[in-house]
Design a protein around this ligand. Structure first.
Ligand SMILES: Nc1ncnc2c1ncn2[C@@H]1O[C@H](COP(=O)(O)OP(=O)(O)OP(=O)(O)O)[C@@H](O)[C@H]1O
Ligand SMILES: [Mg+2]
Length: 161
């Protein structure tokens, strides 16, 4: 975890459009959201446009826009494709449908082609990600993202005890 923290500190300090994408994996309460937000805040301080959202909230919003009155490409999708840094929190917590899987593929694939950084955090293992999002999504993540595996005890539980 010390290595994970040091990596995140220098990632935040050196953040730029050419920064790599990150996959944070690990069980609940290990500080993934906390660290990704800390990186996001530092990027905002440097003047970058950052979007943070849980996969669940972002996908709900995209779904509403897509199936809404005008039926155009969702404005939210456009901003997720265009922003300097996208933080997609809790991937796997959303209710998964063919639509959500294709939106996730589009976001990951397009940002990869544009070489724009993404930080994904998830409670799922790589195998679980694969069975949910297909190999086309996971192969892009595994092949191109820096994976940070979080270990330890649930901080929420530690604070309470
Ligand atoms: N370095 C830290 N020092 C003190 N508190 C921390 C630290 N990192 C995280 N926390 C606190 O621990 C709790 C859990 O952290 P966080 O929400 O980031 O975990 P998570 O890995 O995102 O969990 P989940 O997988 O359930 O989303 C939060 O209340 C957070 O504020
Ligand atoms: Mg979290």
């Amino acid at each position: 975890m010390k290595e994970v923290l040091n990596f995140c500190k220098s990632y935040a300090a050196d953040f730029g459009l050419d920064s790599p994408s990150i996959l944070m994996t690990g069980e609940t309460g290990l500080g993934k959201t906390h660290l990704s937000l800390a990186i996001g805040l530092e990027a905002v301080d440097k003047g970058f446009g950052v979007i943070y959202g849980s996969a669940q909230n972002l996908l709900n919003k995209i779904e509403r826009e897509h199936f809404g009155k005008n039926g155009n490409e969702s404005e939210t999708v456009q901003s997720l494709l265009d922003c300097d840094l996208l933080i997609l929190d809790d991937l796997g917590s959303e209710f998964s449908t063919q639509f959500t899987v294709s939106v996730i593929y589009n976001i990951i694939n397009t940002r990869l082609l544009r070489e724009l950084p993404v930080i994904i955090s998830t409670n799922l293992t790589v195998e679980e990600l694969e069975s949910r999002y297909s190999r086309r999504v996971t192969s892009r993540i595994i092949g191109n993202y820096v994976t940070l595996a979080f270990y330890g005890s649930d901080i929420r539980q530690l604070i309470k005890d």
